[in-house]
Design a protein around this ligand. Structure first.
Ligand SMILES: NC(=O)c1ccc[n+]([C@@H]2O[C@H](COP(=O)([O-])OP(=O)(O)OC[C@H]3O[C@@H](n4cnc5c(N)ncnc54)[C@H](OP(=O)(O)O)[C@@H]3O)[C@@H](O)[C@H]2O)c1
Length: 265
């Protein structure tokens, strides 16, 4: 079953408690229909509070969470997903990812458990995050469920052409994390020049570029007015020449260090 994954999604890492709830309520009421959380972010309860408070129906929101590496042993996948649902206050999530193929990740143990969670109706779809092509091939061979999304770091400085092409070939949406380079899009000269021409910000131009990329959905995080500004970026129409200039930026700069991300959050 192909999943329709709303663009853009709303990222939540690093926001906890009331701050997280406030941002997610604001995002939902502004029009985002996809929220991205994870067991690792310690904010599933705050996201659940936002879902309960926002003037938006649960069934209109595409809700994604991720099983953290230490919970990727088969039994722990099932048990920790049930705990995630309790914290989120929902019967099911729309998408459940393997967060990183690390630590307790053992394909023959982890992936059948992801299928089981889906069979129980706790996750409508299964996704993977931070895989390479070899690990994606292996996981797709083992899983009964289709992989509907692959979430990776992806932005104008790290465009992930190989993984995006793989996703297009296999009907897997590439969900782009750090889509505005963790707020550093305005350090990029090409993005700021194009932004000036559109009376927009460099962050919005980065998001418009994701939006025009076939098979990619971006999940920016933001607070305050950034919430609406990032949503509004979908309205910006970049010319073919502007897209080509951004395509040429790529200098393979990775912002998330897997070791730091997993062990220090
Ligand atoms: N699967 C994984 O392993 C993984 C890893 C990392 C992230 N993620 C997911 O991806 C989401 C997004 O990544 P991210 O949060 O690391 O980075 P990001 O979305 O690229 O950047 C977020 C930063 O940009 C700032 N910002 C947002 N909109 C802005 C705007 N219009 N103008 C200026 N600054 C702006 C935010 O500050 P303000 O709060 O002040 O707006 C925040 O500091 C995360 O929240 C998380 O859900 C997943």
């Amino acid at each position: 079953m192909t999943a329709r994954i709303p663009q853009p999604g709303f990222g939540t890492s690093g926001h906890e408690g009331a701050e997280c709830t406030e941002n997610v309520v604001r995002a939902l009421e502004a029009g985002y229909r996809h929220v991205d959380t994870a067991q690792m972010y310690d904010n599933e309860d705050a996201v659940g509070d936002a879902l309960a408070q926002a003037d938006v129906d649960r069934e209109d929101v595409f809700l994604a969470t991720k099983v953290k590496p230490e919970n990727l042993g088969g039994e722990d996948v099932v048990e920790s997903t049930q705990e995630s649902l309790d914290r989120l206050g929902v019967d099911a999530v729309d998408l459940l990812y393997v967060h990183w193929p690390l630590d307790a990740y053992e394909p023959q143990d982890t992936l059948p458990a992801m299928d089981e969670v889906r069979d129980r109706g706790w996750a409508r779809h299964v996704g993977l995050s931070n895989f390479d092509v070899a690990h994606l091939d292996e996981a797709r061979d083992i899983l009964d469920s289709p992989v509907v999304a692959h979430q990776v770091e992806c932005h104008p400085w790290l465009q992930q052409d190989e993984l995006v092409a793989y996703g297009r070939d296999h009907d897997i949406t590439t969900v782009a994390y750090c889509p505005i380079m963790q707020g550093r899009a305005d350090e990029d000269e090409t993005l700021t020049e194009i932004a000036d021409a559109h009376d927009a910000t460099a962050h919005q131009i980065a998001l418009a570029w994701h939006h025009q990329r076939d098979g990619v959905v971006a999940i920016p995080k933001g607070s305050g007015d950034h919430v609406e500004a990032n949503l509004g970026a979908s309205e910006i129409d970049l010319s073919d020449e502007e897209v080509a200039r951004i395509d040429d930026i790529d200098h393979e700069e990775r912002l998330v260090d897997p070791d730091a991300a997993v062990w220090n959050r």
